[in-house]
Design a protein around this ligand. Sequence first.
Ligand code: ZN
Length: 252
Amino acid sequence: MKSNCKIYALKVGERVVDSTNFLYLTDAGKLSIIYYYFWCILFDHEVILVDTGFPEDLGRERGITNYMLPEQLLGRLGRKKADVSMIILTHLHWDHSADIRSYPEANVIFQKEDLSFFTGPLGDYSIINRFISGKKEIKFLSQRPNIQIIDGEFHVTPGIITYKVGGHTPGSQIIAIDDAKGKVILCGDVCPSYRNLDENLPGGIHYSIPECLNAFEKIRSLAGPETLIIPGHDKAVYSNHGIIEEGIVRLL
Ligand SMILES: [Zn+2]
């Protein structure tokens, strides 16, 4: 069954990084601008988010520029945070999940393996926990009453399926939306830019190279010729699609 929705990319901010952050062992020393997004799936009577963006103070701390408040972006779509009924987290890194506290009523879906990884013993290493907003925050998230901690493929609503692919983090998932108007795959950070998929190049921040490569195959196997494949941080997502208002592009 297909969904009938509109899909938007909402841009929270941007940052200049070394290219190796997103292209494994490639173009070292070359700087590039990456954009930070979350995604909004809008139905007539329901709002589903994929990821949340992050609060302003955290963005400032992490060197994000041109920051825009998530509520301001949702407001431009005529919605409030309180309208959001469900949030699917592609993974638990700070830039994708750190605004979760401001959606106390929403049902939150994420993969079990990210939770055990970041709250387990390896989560004590700074090389691991530098990417989350804190072990305490992840534990807080896991104790919400309205969560669905899943393990593997999961049918969210008719037409929306998540697939655990790992690679970037152990529980990274991609979200496929099969809509009456077309198909969209939101890749999260297992594929942060178009180049990763085009060149079979894992991102520089990864958990498993084999899983990254298998994730690229999974994305290709799910995609038809007309499918929109949306990487996690590529600024071209913004320029390739119709800008509705500042910070908002309509994908479908
Ligand atoms: Zn990210």
